[in-house]
Write a protein that binds this ligand. Structure first.
Ligand code: PRP
Ligand code: URA
Length: 209
């Protein structure tokens, strides 16, 4: 079973409160999503392998550690996942970015795929799937399956807010995938929105309705 890591650092909790607040406008919402994503990147990359290299400081030769050439890929689920990309790239500037376009059918809540463009070598990369919301889990399960069908074997999922139901769905369908979340919420409403959640992440990021 994959692990579920809840990133309950005070900075993340503080920023998440204002992300949730309906009075936070799109500009601030975007900035906060970017900042929380950057803070989460710190933990999501904790297990990256290191290697020693020889360097010279101004006063001595020494061995020091650098990341061991791990190839990373970020895969935002369109649209709302886009809001998390810049924060991640701030800390992982060499990562490649693939895009998977999925929207949730408003009647069935099932994901519908409409776009996909991935780095060619995804089977060699550690992929981090980005989406602010994990509600029923349908979109994440489909996106991860899609990446696996294209050859990916090393995948993590990163969400801002997850419902327990979504966590269970992803863990059941993809037990090899570790999930990183900033908050876990109580339940879904009759429209499969997370309660209390933050509303529609895509609409709040992009100012649509
Ligand atoms: C939202 C969200 C997730 C999905 C979560 O996207 O960004 O992708 O719903 O719901 P699920 O876990 O029940 O699948 P949405 O379909 O609203 O598309 P958008 O990002 O284009 O607004
Ligand atoms: N998608 C969202 O944007 N918000 C939710 O609460 C559920 C799905």
């Amino acid at each position: 079973m994959g692990k579920v890591v809840i990133l309950d650092h005070p900075l993340i909790k503080h920023k998440l409160t204002f992300i949730r607040d309906k009075n936070t406008g799109s500009k601030e919402f975007r900035e906060l999503v970017k900042e929380v994503s950057m803070l989460m990147a710190y933990e999501v990359t904790r297990d990256l392998p290191l290697e020693d290299i020889n360097i010279e400081t101004p006063v001595a030769e020494t061995k020091s550690q650098v990341i061991a050439g791990k190839k990373l890929g970020l895969v935002p689920i369109l649209r709302a996942g886009l809001g998390m990309v810049d924060g991640m790239l701030n800390l992982l500037p060499a990562a490649k970015v693939g895009h998977v376009g999925l929207y949730r059918d408003p009647e069935t809540f099932k994901p519908v795929e409409y776009y996909c463009k991935l780095p060619q070598d995804i089977e060699e990369r550690e992929l981090i799937v980005l989406d602010p919301m994990l509600a029923t889990g349908g979109s994440a399960v489909a996106a991860i399956q899609f990446l696996k069908n294209k050859g990916a074997t090393n995948i993590k999922l990163m969400n801002l807010i997850a419902a327990s139901e979504g966590l269970e769905e992803v863990s059941k369908a993809h037990p090899d995938v570790d999930i990183y979340v900033a908050g876990v919420d109580e339940r879904l409403n009759e429209d499969a929105y997370i309660i209390p959640g933050l509303g529609d992440a895509g609409d709040r990021l992009f100012g649509t309705k």
